[in-house]
Write a protein that binds this ligand. Structure first.
Ligand code: ZN
Length: 625
């Protein structure tokens, strides 16, 4: 199924794209560099021009030009596609739509830039802004921060911004589209932000996308954001990301706080890997963004939210009742699932009671560093928080501990880790581990999630489809399988083709966030350029012979494992090739280190083969029934 993506790959050389960002050195038929995604002293980052791929044997990053650009520039697939298409001179089919939307985006950016400059200027110079300046000073924000972050002040007026902007030649429709004014019931418009401190919010590349605003008087709500627009998507936005990006990448860690001040003060004090979620629960898209930059996330929760028993229970309840309604801090079960799907280490930092991050940092930056260093893995943190308030000699409290902790343990996908916590729980409540394991098994039955039925299949055998397409086609045909194969730890890396990888990422976010899988609704969340390929996959799924869910599940598992085997074999061959090269150049240290990697991967391959063998045996047995 050739498409735009393949066409682009044919025309744009990976050497050029990567070479613009890192210093490549020729090494036989491949090229070598210091990895841009982790810090290292000797290069383990390779580019293979023939296959158009890159691979870092140090941190495991790998992929094609799309993956590289998305990771290096911290952009989403659609953006990478547009950048590369332009470079390749390949037309993106819905050209008219794209350019119209791009133009509108550019125009809105100008509107926001002008408004930000207006607010900023007022904060710096206007008499009306005296209270705002005093407030910032009281909170410890200095002049350099005010200027560096372009903080602003919206005056106490219904039309000051509107008048200014109209005089500058902007149209009131622009202001409305940018969320700066609100339409009056009786006609006319009024300024959205009045008597507030303004915090411009940027995307990863430093473009303003919206504003956050804090009331100076008693106006409610205390914090107000720009509404959703084509530029501003709260669920994909992190305050401070444009300042924190490089530091997060270098330190390999991001600390997530809640408020604007909690970001500004640490940055001012030289602690620059801090960003804020905009007062909502962390969303998968925010996490995805951070994951492209680092492998370790630390959530700073205030002591009340983190430690309070009622809050802990409240969160679980809120999750169950509201399902996908946002709650003020992420739910524990959600976090553990995030941790798994993002392959990220998530830790929780409990702030001292009654203190916000900005206060801690302002008082003593070293104390902050200590707290970050001592942040606990999510599950440990939850264990401590729950058991701290229970008397584990009391049978009723024991039961409560099991009720609360077992579902959390059940979210852990890695079975070694899961059994570690199961043991810990068994010891804590002094209940036989097997009893708990049985309880857990009944809990882990996936909730049945009904999928919209695709049109009735035409029974036709499909010949020679590649593993990638096949795996995704099965998932799209029977989305509930996603919950049944959690043990497989499916990840975007399981998909070699960029389109498939991207469709899988969208699929995963969708299914994690929606209780029902409706193909039509899902289709709307997919990048338009990927729709032709998506439709091919859906067709592929419906053309399969109809089999039971159980067999389909095994087929999916086998397909994923086979794809992994193929990839692992390719990687081993690449390494052997590099090894032969190093031998020719008599680079003995390189030969040894490559040999070690080959051994490690060969072991992995052996495990994979064993799993595949077991699966085929099981398959045959169950097939005989
Ligand atoms: Zn690396």
């Amino acid at each position: 199924m050739p498409g735009v993506v393949d066409e682009i790959k044919e025309r744009v050389s990976i050497v050029d794209v990567v070479g613009q960002r890192v210093q490549l050195k020729k090494s036989g038929r491949s090229l070598k560099a210091l990895c841009p995604f982790h810090s290292e002293k000797t290069p383990s980052f390779y580019v293979f021009p023939e296959s158009g791929t890159f691979k870092c044997f140090g941190c495991g990053a790998g992929g094609d030009i799309f993956t590289f650009l998305m990771k290096a520039d911290n952009i989403e697939f659609g953006e990478a596609l547009r950048v590369l298409a332009e470079r390749a001179g390949v037309g993106l089919r819905p050209v008219a739509e794209v350019t119209a939307e791009d133009q509108e985006r550019d125009h809105l950016r100008q509107v926001l830039d002008a408004a930000a400059a207006y607010f900023h200027n007022l904060l710096l110079r206007s008499n009306q802004a005296q209270a705002a300046r005093a407030y910032l000073q009281k909170r410890g924000v200095n002049q350099a921060t005010i200027e560096g972050w372009q903080l602003g002040y919206a005056p106490e007026s219904w039309d000051a911004l509107q008048t200014y902007m109209l005089n500058r030649g902007f149209h009131v429709d622009d202001l409305l589209a940018a969320g700066l004014v609100i339409e009056r019931d009786g006609g006319g418009y009024y300024d959205r932000f009045r008597n507030r401190i303004i915090f411009p919010i940027h995307d990863g590349r430093g473009n303003i996308t919206g504003f956050g605003a804090r009331a100076l008087g008693d106006d409610k709500p205390k914090y107000l954001n720009s509404p959703q627009s084509i530029l501003f998507d709260k669920s994909a936005t992190l305050y401070g990301i444009e300042h924190a990006r490089d530091s997060i990448r270098q330190s390999g860690q991001a600390v997530i706080v809640e408020g604007y001040m909690d970001v500004l003060i640490p940055h001012q004090m030289g602690i620059t890997n801090v960003v804020a979620s905009l007062g909502t629960a962390l969303t998968p898209r925010q996490m995805e963004q951070l994951k492209r930059l680092c492998k370790s996330l630390v959530l700073a929760l205030d002591a009340d939210a983190a430690g309070d028993d009622a809050t802990l229970r409240g969160l679980e309840v809120a999750r169950d009742v509201l399902d996908r309604e946002a709650v003020p801090v992420p739910t524990w079960r959600g976090l553990i699932r995030f941790e798994h799907i993002l392959e990220t280490d998530i830790r929780v930092l409990a702030l001292p009671r009654g203190k916000d991050p900005d206060e801690v940092v302002l008082e003593n930056p070293d104390e902050w560093k200590r707290l970050v260093g001592e942040a606990l893995p999510v599950v440990d943190f939850y264990f401590n928080a729950v058991t701290a308030r229970l008397d584990l000699h009391n049978p009723r409290d024991k039961a409560a501990a099991v009720d609360r902790l077992l579902p959390i343990v059940g979210e852990i996908v890695n079975d070694v880790v899961r059994s570690h916590y199961l043991q810990r729980l068994a010891t804590l409540v002094q209940v036989d581990e097997r009893t708990l394991a049985n309880r857990l098994r009944s809990l882990r039955q996936p909730a049945s999630r009904r999928a919209a039925q695709p049109p009735v299949a035409a029974r036709r055998q499909v010949a020679r489809v590649d593993l990638d397409d096949h795996c995704l086609a099965i998932l799209l045909y029977e989305p509930t399988l996603y919950w049944k194969v959690l043990d497989l730890a499916l990840s975007p890396d399981d998909f070699v083709h960029t389109e498939n990888r991207q469709i899988f990422i969208t699929f995963r976010s969708f299914i994690e966030e929606n209780s029902e899988f409706d193909v039509a609704v899902f289709r709307q969340t997919v990048d338009p350029m990927l729709l032709p390929h998506l439709d091919d996959l859906i067709r592929l799924g419906t053309q399969r012979p109809q089999v039971s869910g159980e067999i389909l599940e095994k087929e999916l598992t086998a397909t994923v494992l086979r794809a992994r085997k193929q990839r692992l074999t390719d990687e081993i061959n690449q390494l052997k090739f590099l090894q032969a090269q190093a031998k020719q150049e008599s680079d003995t240290t390189e030969v040894t280190s490559l040999a070690q990697r080959v051994n490690a991967l060969t072991e992995e391959l052996a495990i994979l083969n064993r799993r595949l063998d077991e699966l085929t045996v099981l398959w045959k047995i169950s097939g005989r029934r």
